[in-house]
Design a protein around this ligand. Structure first.
Ligand code: CAO
Length: 426
């Protein structure tokens, strides 16, 4: 009987590496090249194969140990073999090997570590720097799972096979077309204090899904600008007073109604903002109708009813439509048809406050206008500062469709229209 020492081979670094898995136990019979342990450096996970067939006599390491080349791994009873000490050639962990990589040649006792595949090997994603053993890595490779997205439930957050299966199941059962949530660890908040669980209403869940999908699929940029609405506001207030004095059923002209009208004119001037990107990404569908979605805040969540054919309506018509739609929204009486077909949306927080925000584009639209609270500001007219009522505009857009310069032109044009509202009449 001959017992040999099996030592840590050259794993491509002089620094200590962590033992992250011990794949055998004393008494196990191992075959030539069967994995004995797995070590992990900053750059790669490396399986250390057995340099000979035999029976594990004793193991000199435990998980978490830091080891360097030459350190003892285990004693192996190899029967009548003549050798007394072997450093096996390391094999890269299964998942770090590109699928088409040729098999490594059989181990030689002091083979250099040229066979170690680094974490940056040619794969769409690398599973090298995750905490998982070879069997789990193999399973992940077979299923095409990016272990970086899997949360480990084993000791020290180690990924086990059940975690991979649970991840695949979750991906397969996600609603079609929904954006998948990254796999986040479940947190027990009650560890730190009392909590209560409140179920989310369907409306809020659907809105969350839509917002998430838009956020992850659209490269968003927000262009900020200001419009001088001093004259517009003076006109609006005077007109509301005049109408109220004249008729009982006068419609209140809102800032938002003027914004809808001005936006339609800007959309006509810059038609790309009134388009959708085809799913294949190869064409733009430019719409020759102007239906404007208005974000309405309700106790159950955000809804976006649509003012149809806003180009054919007066500011009073738009104000009336908006009043009816927001009432319907708050009374939960909106139908799906009321919320479909918008070509551009406006989200106004002006009645509440704030100086700017970044609205999320309401896919399949390509832009959305955010409006914050107007403020009286000193504006230099070339000779002196004048008090001007400035309205903050925040235009978020899909950068695949719209360039920054286009967005700056759009908001400047819009600000110009609001600054001289007579242009809305022509
Ligand atoms: N700056 C300053 N004041 C403004 C303003 C602005 N931009 N816009 C409105 N106001 C004032 C109005 O003058 C009005 O004041 P008075 O009551 O003194 O006349 C008050 O705010 C309410 O305005 P309004 O009745 O015209 O309503 P609105 O047009 O601001 O808003 C609606 C209507 C449906 C858009 C709004 O109720 C709403 O739901 N807003 C929230 C939308 C939202 O949640 N967006 C976020 C989406 S992203 O999460």
């Amino acid at each position: 009987m001959a017992v040999i020492e099996v030592n840590i081979p050259d794993v491509g670094t002089d620094k200590p590496v962590d033992v992250i898995e011990i794949s055998v136990k004393p008494g196990d019979k191992v075959a030539l090249e069967q994995t004995l342990i797995v070590v992990e450096s900053e750059k790669a996970t490396v399986e250390v194969p057995s340099p000979a067939a035999g029976t594990v006599n004793s193991i000199a390491l435990k998980i978490g140990d830091q080891v360097t080349q030459g350190g003892l791994i285990l004693l192996l009873d190899v029967g009548d073999a003549a050798v007394t000490s072997l450093s096996p050639a390391p094999a890269p962990a299964a998942s770090t090997v590109p699928p088409a990589a040729p098999a490594q040649p059989a181990a030689a006792a002091t083979k250099p570590a040229a066979t170690v595949t680094r974490a940056d090997s040619a794969r769409a994603f690398s599973n090298a720097n995750v905490h998982a053993g070879p069997a789990v890595r193999k399973l992940a490779r077979e299923l095409g799972v990016n272990l970086g997205e899997v949360v480990g439930s084993g000791p020290k957050a180690r990924i086990i096979k059940d975690d991979v299966h649970a991840y695949v199941k979750k991906r397969l059962t996600a609603p079609a077309g929904s954006a998948t949530q990254p796999d986040l660890p479940k947190i027990d908040f009650s560890k730190w204090g009392p909590v209560e669980e409140q179920p989310l209403l369907k409306l809020r869940r659907v809105a969350a899904q839509n917002l998430h999908r838009a956020w992850v699929t659209i490269p968003h940029v927000t262009q900020h600008d200001e419009a001088d609405i001093t004259d517009l506001e003076a006109f609006r207030v005077a007109e509301n007073t005049r109408q109220k004095d004249q008729k009982d059923n006068a419609v209140k002209l809102t800032v938002l109604a003027f914004l809808v009208k001005a936006s339609v004119m800007a959309l006509k001037q810059y038609p790309k903002f009134n388009s959708s990107l085809a799913l294949d990404g190869e064409k733009l569908i430019v719409k020759n109708y102007w239906h404007i979605g208005i974000a309405v805040d309700t106790p159950d969540g955000l809804v976006v009813p649509v003012i149809r054919d806003a180009d054919r309506k007066t500011v009073s018509d738009i104000a009336r439509d908006m009043g009816e739609l927001s009432k319907k929204a708050r009374d939960k009486k909106l139908t799906p048809a009321d919320m479909q077909g918008a070509t551009f949306s406006i989200s106004s927080l002006g009645g509440i406050g704030g100086t700017a925000f970044t609205p999320i584009v309401n896919w399949p639209e390509v832009a959305i206008l955010g409006v914050s609270k107007s403020q009286l500001k000193p504006v230099w007219d070339g000779q002196s500062f004048q008090p001007k009522l400035m309205l903050p505009l925040s235009l978020s857009y899909d950068h695949r469709v719209i360039d920054g310069a286009d967005a700056a032109r759009f908001t400047a044009y819009l600000a110009g229209l609001l600054g001289d509202f007579r242009r809305l009449l022509v």
